[in-house]
Write a new protein. Structure first.
Length: 114
């Protein structure tokens, strides 16, 4: 029988998987992020359906309590997400700088022509 937390995890995973698929079909996320998030949501759903696999994985990694596995895995995933956000913000910053420089040069050329 599935525990109440398992039902919540399954429901959350399904909702997020559907949302991720909709975002991918609307071309708001790329193929690689779609695959990564789909794997994460499938893993989340799997832990709700088969909690014994999750408990076995946690104990095989030498973690006394399953919550240690969740915390460690979550922190690793969050670091990866923060790095991707950092990289994206840097790319956007560079693009904005180029656009601003281009607009400033065009405006200065327009003033010289007058």
């Amino acid at each position: 029988m599935i525990e109440p937390y398992g039902l919540i995890v399954i429901l959350l995973g399904l909702i997020m998987a559907i949302y991720t698929f909709k975002e991918y079909s609307r071309k708001r996320i790329g193929t690689i992020p779609f695959i990564i998030w789909t794997i994460i949501w499938i893993a989340l759903i799997s832990t709700g359906i088969y909690p014994q696999l999750y408990l076995g994985l946690a104990s095989s990694l030498g973690m006394a309590a399953p919550i240690q596995f969740v915390t460690t895995f979550s922190i690793i995933i969050l670091f990866a997400i923060v790095y991707q956000i950092f990289r994206t913000v840097g790319d956007i910053n560079r693009k904005i700088t180029k656009i601003v420089q281009h607009v400033a040069l065009e405006e200065s050329d327009d003033k010289k022509d007058q």
